[in-house]
Design a protein around this ligand. Structure first.
Ligand code: NAD
Length: 506
């Protein structure tokens, strides 16, 4: 498979406009998790080049902020057209570089198209309030202005969609962007950047340095984190990364949007539609080989339905097709690398010692692909919420815990450090509404009768607690990419002071 994967990737990259020199002869080998083979060699950005890119992004920002927002939206509209035209190629490249099954690779590009559409509409809004003032012949309002250079650090598992959530909003908001993709996924970043370059060429008159990509590891990310000109750092990745990035950004009083790890749960109640629940749980827990930030990791099942649902789940776990993500019918592709496999096995060993019963979890296709890491998804029936259940292991492990009392299940649901996404499966209105209420799920995303993964771009995306508190994508997430000014205008001939203060100087 090796030669063909490399050839496949090269063909797509060239078609999308990436120069051959960017993907050959570099210091960094890029591997496909499909068979572990090297499919390109990219060049890391030097520290000097990174600083240069940030400096020119700052200069570009000073011009771009003066371009009317709807005109900025036109650039994103053109970019959306490029994405539509090249959806198949970019989607396949996502599959080659990350191992996503074909429909998920394409779905990732569709998400990029969707946020472009959203951002184009937004470019004619970006509205502020008019606020009642206590002084006569005065008017008070708020205006939203471009913020500055936006640094985007992204994770491997959504190598291009998460960038697009940030990039589309940042650009219509009048900011320039500098992107540090995951060191595991530079190819999809270079391809996306080439497509944006095409949109820029069609748009014309875009300031030099408006958008750039920095290739490399965390030290390149650190250049973004620490640079004075970067006014917003939007960082997606592990909680460990967020713990390192957040204080550094705060130390220079810049803004951070943090999108970190999750440990998402669902509660299955006595009235749940079990057919629907089975499908919802299967996709949320096994899809993307458990490598979504919103992957379902903890399942609380009511005692009265446990023995109906869990055997069916076990059967579903045993019957999914695991293998080459490019093949029709495959539902589970590979883990990203050996480290992910090792972390999964370590978590399963801990579960066994804690009294858990593990179904699945074994390595597959090892003989055919010794450098690729395919695994059976694991279903682990746990006696309680302890040990690895409290952490995010970025692999397909679903911990199943039996409960009898709704309030106890809800308390356990919230009793983890992370707070990204959550679900309840029920037809009982009281349980559903309690789950969505102030005393319910403490996550940034709370769903009823659908799984916790697979968000649409229209809503704000992000989570609480160790997930970082950031919000991206829809709703009013755009506000993080702008600075707010409150303006008071006196159109009278006197100068009344607020709060009745007098200060007569003559
Ligand atoms: P990771 O933390 O290893 O890396 C993420 C990015 O941060 C990479 O680009 C990396 O180079 C960079 N980085 C790491 N340390 C850094 C530092 N000290 N300074 C600057 N940059 C640094 O994460 P990963 O393995 O690529 O992705 C998986 C993780 O991402 C999971 O925890 C997952 O839940 C999380 N994730 C969260 C969301 C969300 O929206 N909440 C979305 C996708 C992924």
């Amino acid at each position: 498979m090796t030669a063909s994967l490399r050839h496949d990737a090269e063909t797509i990259l060239l078609q999308l406009g990436v120069p051959a020199a960017q993907i050959t002869g570099g210091n960094r080998a890029v591997r496909s998790p499909i068979d572990g083979s090297v499919i390109a060699h990219v060049h890391d950005t030097t520290a000097d080049a990174a600083h240069q890119a940030i400096a020119s992004a700052h200069t570009a920002f000073q011009a771009w902020r003066n371009v009317p927002a709807p005109r900025r939206g036109e650039l994103i509209r053109l970019f959306g057209e490029e994405l539509r035209a090249h959806k198949d190629g970019l989607g396949r490249l996502v599959s080659l570089e990350v191992g996503k099954i074909t429909s998920e690779g394409l779905g990732e590009v569709q998400e990029m198209i969707d946020i472009c559409d959203f951002a184009v509409g937004l470019s004619r809004q970006l509205y502020g309030l008019t606020i009642a003032t206590e002084r006569s012949e005065h008017r008070m309002m708020e205006t939203w202005h471009p913020l500055g250079v936006t640094g985007i650090i992204s994770a491997f598992n959504f190598p291009v969609a998460v960038w697009s959530w940030n990039a589309a909003l940042a650009l219509v908001c009048g900011n320039s962007i500098v992107w540090k993709p995951s060191e595991k996924t530079p190819l999809t970043a270079l391809a996306t950047h080439a497509l944006l370059g095409r949109a820029i060429a069609r748009f014309g008159a875009v300031p030099e340095g408006l958008a750039s990509v920095l290739i490399g590891g965390r030290e390149v990310g650190e250049a973004l984190v620490d640079h004075e000109a970067v006014k917003l750092v939007s960082a997606t990745g592990s909680t460990r990364m967020g713990r390192e990035v957040a204080p550094r950004v705060a130390a220079r009083f810049a803004r951070a949007v943090l999108e970190l790890g999750g440990n998402n749960a669902a509660i299955v109640c006595p009235t749940a539609d079990l057919d629907l629940t089975l499908r919802g749980v299967a996709f949320a827990a096994m899809g993307t080989a458990g490598q979504r930030c919103t992957t379902l990791r903890r399942l609380f099942v009511h005692d009265s339905v446990y023995d109906q649902l869990v055997p069916r789940l076990r059967q579903a776990y045993g019957s999914v097709k695991i293998g080459n993500p490019l093949e029709t019918g495959t539902l589970i592709g590979p883990l990203i690398d050996a480290a992910a496999f090792t972390a999964m096995q370590a978590a399963l060993a801990e579960c066994r010692s804690a009294g858990g019963t593990v179904t699945g979890g074994a390595r597959m296709h090892e003989a055919a692909h010794p450098d690729a890491y395919y695994v059976q998804p694991a279903l682990v029936e746990m006696p309680g919420q302890t040990g690895p259940v409290l952490r995010e292991t970025f692999a397909p492990i679903l911990y199943v815990i039996r409960y009898t009392d709704f309030e106890t299940a809800l308390a356990l649901h919230n009793d983890v450090p992370q707070g990204l996404s959550s679900s309840i499966f029920t037809n009982d209105l009281r349980e559903a509404e309690a789950f969505l209420s102030a005393r319910g799920s403490d996550c940034g995303i709370a769903n009823v009768n659908i799984g916790p993964s697979g968000a649409e771009i229209g809503g704000a995306f992000g989570g609480e607690k160790e997930t970082g508190g950031g919000r991206e994508s829809g709703s009013d997430a755009w506000k993080a990419y702008m600075r707010r000014a409150t303006n008071t205008i006196n159109y009278g001939r006197t100068l009344p002071l607020a709060q009745g203060v007098t200060f007569d100087v003559g």
